[in-house]
Design a protein around this ligand. Structure first.
Ligand SMILES: [Zn+2]
Length: 281
């Protein structure tokens, strides 16, 4: 019995995260988004201290590490759930990212005796959750183990740039305390994604669909339009699968939407870096 109990987490981990399964943006995507954001941040701040510049490498790693297969990960899923409807699984895992995010923010704002490397690695774990909010299946949320959106254009992320004029806006928004601002950044990122999927899908000046509900439906839109019965509190998948060409939904349409969401994730990450830059390390 004792052996069984000690094996249970491993058994569960295998059940919950079968080998090769990415939950959320694949880890590599988090790394690429953070790398891009760090290079933009460094271009804005050419005179960074050596210790901060070094700690930024830990920030990139931290944003990937939050998805490492571990007990912690098994007990904390990464779905957005501001109304606290998702609850826990039968083994006690929090389906929502709320509890974990709050805990990490508290740790960072009360950081006592942490080295700059530890500090930025922890901040990287926080930014992971903010980045996840640019992924519609996380934010809607739709219960999934692997959504094609999350790995769609990972190899192209390093080519994505921020639109001109965006940096002064980000600098302006990155003021205040970590405790207040980080939860606001998470909500802002999620709201932006929810707005994006409600907007008409436009390609070469023509509206090709009223919105992205052919792909992801919010909990309140579920019902007969769902391909499968949704899990409680979750939305569901619509008729189409992201990345699969059909009618006007050609690859370019997907690419534009993916790039737009990734650009937001990069901007959100730069914003966090600017906010951290105000803290003495
Ligand atoms: Zn995640």
């Amino acid at each position: 019995m004792h052996l069984l109990r000690s094996m249970l987490p491993i058994v569960l981990a295998t059940l919950v995260f079968p080998t090769g399964t990415a939950i959320g943006f694949e880890k590599k995507a988090h790394g690429e988004i953070s790398k891009k954001a760090v290079s933009i941040y460094r271009a804005i701040n050419p005179g960074l201290s050596e210790k901060r510049a070094k700690a930024l490498l830990g920030f990139i790693e931290g944003s990937k590490d939050e998805d490492n297969i571990s007990m912690q990960r098994m007990f904390h899923w990464h779905f957005y759930d501001p109304a606290k409807k998702l609850g826990r699984t039968w083994w006690g895992a929090e389906r929502s990212n709320g509890v974990r995010f709050e805990k990490l923010v508290k740790q960072l704002s009360e950081s006592k005796g942490m080295s700059p490397d530890e500090y930025y690695a922890l901040a990287g774990r926080i930014v992971h959750h903010i980045q996840d909010m640019s992924s519609p299946p996380h934010t809607v949320p739709v219960y999934h183990l692997k959504d094609p959106f999350d790995s769609y254009g990972t190899s192209r992320i390093n080519r994505i740039t921020l639109q001109q004029g965006r940096i002064p806006v980000l600098m302006n928004e990155s003021r205040g305390t970590l405790k207040d601002r980080l939860p606001e950044f998470l909500k802002y990122a999620a709201d932006k994604t929810l707005e994006s999927i409600e907007k008409p899908v436009v390609h070469q000046g023509k509206i090709i669909a009223d919105n992205w509900s052919l792909f992801w439906l919010k909990a309140q839109q579920t019902g007969e339009r769902c391909r499968k019965k949704p899990c409680k509190g979750f939305g569901c998948y619509g008729k189409m699968v992201f990345g699969f060409t059909k009618g006007p939904f050609i690859q370019e349409v997907y690419q534009d939407f993916y790039d737009h969401q990734i650009e937001n994730a990069v901007a959100d990450t730069v914003k966090v870096l600017l906010l951290l830059g105000n803290v003495e390390i």
